[in-house]
Each structure stands twice: as structure tokens, then as C-alpha cells.
Design a protein around this ligand. Structure first.
Ligand SMILES: *Cc1c(COP(=O)(O)O)cnc(C)c1O
Length: 365
């Protein structure tokens, strides 16, 4: 059996059928029905946030966060992320300014942000990449001092805590993705969490064409509503989320034990300030010490039907669609890591025997 980099978690079919039955009674399939309302409430509790709005996906949520905050001009961000983060900035008519990342956690290097601030800068858009939490304290100080908004892309950080604070409570807005490959999912889906209640009406109406009452359209919104079947999937998955994360942790730790001490491989840091969700297992391959390049290791595993991913290569500042617009030499650390990184298969039902086998192939190369 081939081993993919990830596998979606699912409730039993009986549990899902049971959850969706009432949709046949209400005949309400979307537009903030009872499942949507219930999931919003449950997530608010689980994530310990004061405000949350659900969306059809994380990307739309991110675009609407940018629109909702009325950002203009330049946004300081990271190139070491999924295309979505950078696309959202550009699709909203703003200019991304790429800041390099740090070598330990691959998150935005907060010490390099201030140099990039100009009179056009309106916000910082960092990413808690792989669930590694950004330097939220330093970013907060910089933002306050320079009157910048902060939107966190927390697509990888569902359920995490930093120094005991749930991760949706930092910055002005935090975006979560509930895509089926993420730790918690609603098939497709996403959310925005925010501390300021004043955003609530606007963000919630932006997902429904900006409609605020039957005869009033207050904003130029879009259609980004989560439907009832997605919300029902979320309700089911949320019942099992703690078990899901625990199973991931066991797989993750089995990898760590088996990969420790292999020359030329760097493993994720053990950051004791973070309560992790074990979303990803990225390793760095140093070809001089390991004896093979990252790509050679990828092919070696692929021959054994084990599929890894080069998350995140290429950097978003060197994507083909942005050719000629940015220079990845301005973010040398990100460029170096993008050339070495490989994300290994990790999901809750991955057997420890498979992990042992994957690690043996990596060790023996
Ligand atoms: C998945 C992801 C997104 C986009 O989320 P969707 O729900 O797929 O639209 C954005 N940023 C990052 C870092 C992601 O991994």
C-alpha cells in the first residue's frame, strides 16, 4: 500500500449520517443554518477565542480579513508558506514585502521586520508554519509601535497554545484552514478569530456578498459561506480532535526516536513553550553530511511507494506566476531551507511499523 504524505481523518460513516439527518428535516443547506451555528459555538470554546466567523475555506477567509481591515499598500510577510498567503495579499491589490525567516523554526524573523517598514506598510502577515509559533511577542511590539495590523496565517496551528495562551488570540485576526488535509477539517472550510467584536458584523457579512440586512448591502463582499454538510463534518471531527492529536503525537515521537542522530538530517526543535498539534514532520537534508540530496531522498522513498512533499519549495517569492517581481536572494535563509526541506508522511492512522520502515530507508539511504 502506498503511503501518502497525509490522510484525512474521518468520523465513522454512522456518526456522520446521524449528524446530517436533521438537515433533511430543516431543508436548510447553507446560509448559517443550525450546524453552522453549532460549530461556530463549539469552535469558539475549543479554541478559547472571543470571536469567530466560519468561511468556505481558509484562503477566502484570509482575503476577507485583509479586506475587512481595509489594508492598503505594503504587507510584510514570509515567502516560506503555501501560495495562498502571498496570493491573498496580491489578489487584494496589495504589495507583499518578503521578510526572511529564522533558521530554527522557519517562521518570519521578527528581528528583520522593522527594516522593511516604509510609510506604505499597513500590516504584517506572518505564518505559524508547520505549527511552529511566530515570535508573537516581538511582532506585537513592532506592530503597536508602528501602528500596523497583524493577521496570522494559522492554517497549520489549529488547537495550539503558546505559553498557555490559545493561538487564536494573537494579532488582530487569526486565520485557520479547515481543509481536509489539516489536523482539524470540515472537508473544505476556514475561520477567522479576532479579539475585537467590532469586526464581527463586517467579517460575517463579507462572506455573504456584504449583505447586512434584507435590503441593505453594506460591503462589496463575496460568496464564502460554509455549508451545513461541511459544518456537520466539523462537528463530528471536533468530537475526536484530542484523540486525533494524541495519535499524531505518538507517530511524531516514533519518528523522532528513529531519526535521531542520523548525520546530515535536522529534526524539528522541541519548543517547550508550545502545546503542539503535530501537524507536520519537516526534516532538513544537508547533502554534504547526509550523502544524498533532498531530492535524491525523495526519489528513494518514492521507489518504495512512500510519498513525501517539498513543503515549501519553491518559495512564494519565486513562484512562476510572480516571475520577475521578487528576488529570492533577499530571503537567503528561506531559500536555503526550501532547498533542503522534506515533509514526511504523518497522520493519525499511520502505523508505527510504517514509520519504522520509513526511518530505516532514510537511515540506510
Ligand atoms: C492550507 C493553507 C492555506 C489555505 O487554506 P485553504 O483552506 O486550503 O483555503 C493557507 N495558508 C497555509 C499556510 C496553508 O497551509
Amino acid at each position: 500500500m502506498p503511503i501518502q504524505v497525509t490522510q484525512s481523518s474521518m468520523p465513522s460513516i454512522e456518526e456522520y449520517i446521524n449528524e446530517i439527518k436533521s438537515i433533511w428535516e430543516t431543508k436548510r443547506l447553507t446560509n448559517v443554518g443550525e450546524k453552522h451555528i453549532a460549530l461556530e459555538e463549539k469552535l469558539k470554546n475549543y479554541l478559547s477565542v472571543s470571536n469567530i466567523s466560519l468561511f468556505s475555506n481558509g484562503h477566502s477567509a484570509l482575503e476577507l480579513a485583509i479586506q475587512g481591515l481595509k489594508l492598503k499598500g505594503e504587507v510584510i510577510t514570509t515567502p516560506f508558506t503555501f501560495a495562498s498567503t502571498t496570493h491573498a495579499i496580491i489578489r487584494c491589490g496589495l504589495t507583499p514585502v518578503f521578510c526572511d525567516i529564522n533558521e530554527e523554526e522557519y517562521t518570519i524573523n521578527a528581528d528583520k521586520i522593522e527594516k522593511l517598514i516604509t510609510d506604505k506598510t499597513s500590516a504584517i502577515l506572518p505564518v505559524h508554519v508547520y505549527g511552529n509559533i511566530c515570535d508573537v511577542e516581538k511582532i506585537n511590539i513592532i506592530a503597536k509601535k508602528n501602528r500596523l495590523k497583524v493577521i496570522y496565517d494559522a492554517a497549520h496551528a489549529f488547537g495550539e497554545e503558546y505559553k498557555g495562551i490559545p493561538i487564536g488570540n494573537f494579532g488582530d485576526i487569526t486565520m485557520f484552514s479547515f481543509h481536509s488535509t489539516k489536523v482539524f477539517h470540515t472537508i473544505e472550510g476556514g475561520a477567522l478569530c479576532y479579539t475585537s467584536q467590532e469586526y464581527s458584523e463586517k467579517l460575517s457579512s463579507l462572506r455573504n456578498f456584504g449583505i447586512t440586512s434584507p435590503e441593505k448591502v453594506s460591503y462589496v463582499g463575496t460568496n464564502a459561506k460554509m455549508n451545513e454538510f461541511e459544518a456537520a463534518m466539523g462537528i463530528c471531527n471536533l468530537r475526536h480532535i484530542d484523540e486525533e492529536i494524541l495519535k499524531r503525537q505518538i507517530v511524531f515521537e516514533h519518528y523522532m526516536e528513529n531519526l535521531e542522530g542520523i548525520e546530515g538530517l535536522s529534526l524539528p526543535n522541541k519548543n517547550t513553550k508550545v502545546k503542539k498539534n503535530y501537524a507536520y514532520l519537516p526534516i532538513l537534508v544537508d547533502k554534504n553530511l547526509y550523502g544524498k540530496t533532498r531530492d535524491e531522498l525523495l526519489f528513494l522513498l518514492e521507489e518504495e511507494q512512500i510519498f513525501t512533499r517539498k513543503y515549501f519549495f519553491p518559495l512564494t517569492n519565486s513562484l512562476e506566476c510572480y516571475k520577475g517581481s521578487y528576488n529570492d536572494n533577499n530571503t537567503p535563509v528561506a531559500k536555503d531551507i526550501a532547498n533542503k526541506v522534506l515533509v514526511l508522511p504523518l497522520y493519525s492512522n499511520l502505523s508505527l511499523d510504517s514509520v519504522t520502515q520509513i526511518c530505516r530507508i532514510i537511515k540506510e539511504r
